[in-house]
Write a protein that binds this ligand. Structure first.
Ligand SMILES: NC(=O)CC[C@H](N)C(=O)O
Length: 313
């Protein structure tokens, strides 16, 4: 953080952003293809920051839990690189931006069942397949990691959301079956989907998410207890992947507007990393056509400008 920036200035900035957020209420729509998500009150906004000393700053509905959805793809990848041989991961999933919608099928056929990256649905399903085949009780490992990273032992799955996704699984099932047909996905499709949907259905607040991913701003070391979550090299690689692929086919626009590694989810949450300084989380349920939070994106633009952070120069 620039020396001129003090904690009370950050509190003021967050308060101002939360106060201005309702200007964007009404823009975009909540995700309705998952019926349980369509029931969320659309016009809500929360924002939280966790710095590399573990200090948390918050405004608006920063403590209200929401469905993390695709932010769970980051958790899954972290578990995979913690537990598996990385060569096994990267021969089955790529590391390139897809330029396609998060749930697109077209590219997956052209590229013979190898998903472009772990942050689109096909890639996350593939990573989940790897986890299911190598780790016992993977649901609980995911929940445990989220609890530990966020320092919140009460974090839970929203089982209504998980069941709703399973009841409307057709598109994700199609992605998984296509990968199975190409011999890239090995497990039972419904088992893989069940684990993937549970990850998406983790309920976390902005404060939980900001705390959980602050280690990505801290060279892989958890700010609270100094534990090593990933190596410095893995940390740099995760941030690189977040910058290039974290917002699907809007990753370029996000890099242009915000200029940080980030990951969004159709629950309306977005996490972003300021390397060496802090993690940021915004949440507001109405989404643009790419599946990214409208008010959340606006808030991140204002926050980055207000903080004067510019890791890309
Ligand atoms: N972009 C997202 O957040 C998508 C996650 C959602 N559970 C899905 O599979 O479609």
């Amino acid at each position: 953080m620039p020396a001129s920036f003090d904690p009370s200035a950050l509190d003021d900035l967050l308060t101002r952003i939360a106060r201005d957020a309702p200007r964007h209420f009404g823009e975009g729509n909540v995700a309705s293809y998952i019926p349980a998500l369509a029931e969320v009150v659309p016009d809500q906004f929360g924002i939280a920051v966790c710095d590399v000393a573990g200090r948390v700053y918050r405004a608006g509905a920063a403590d209200t839990p929401f469905s993390i959805q695709s932010i769970s793809k980051l958790l899954n990848l972290i578990i995979a690189i913690q537990h598996l041989d990385e060569a096994d991961i990267w021969q089955r999933v790529g590391r390139e931006p897809s330029g396609q919608a998060f749930n697109s099928i077209v590219q997956l056929e052209v590229e013979r069942g190898i998903p472009r990256n772990p942050f689109i649905n096909a890639g996350a399903l593939l990573v989940t397949d790897l986890l299911v085949s190598r780790i016992m009780s993977i649901h609980w490992v995911m929940r445990e990691l989220a609890r530990r990273l966020a320092g919140n032992p009460a974090l839970a799955f929203d089982t209504r959301v998980a069941s709703s996704e399973m009841a409307h699984k057709a598109r994700n099932a199609a992605l998984a079956y296509l990968m199975k047909a190409y011999g890239n996905l090995h497990g039972e499709v419904d088992e893989v989907l069940d684990v993937y949907f549970h990850g998406c259905a983790l309920s976390m607040s902005c404060v939980d998410v900001a705390r959980a991913f602050a280690f990505l701003a801290n060279r892989g070391v958890h700010p609270d207890d100094g534990s090593v979550i990933v190596t410095p090299q893995q940390n740099r690689q995760l941030n690189a992947l977040l910058l290039t692929c974290g917002l699907y086919d809007a990753a370029g626009d996000f890099a242009w507007r915000v200029g940080l590694p980030g990951k969004s989810g159709v629950g309306g949450g977005i996490v972003a990393i300021v390397p060496g300084q802090m993690s940021l989380c915004v949440w507001s349920p109405r989404l643009d056509s790419y599946g990214n939070s409208v008010a959340g994106l606006r808030a991140l633009e204002t926050l980055v400008e207000g903080l004067g952070v510019a890791p890309l120069g």
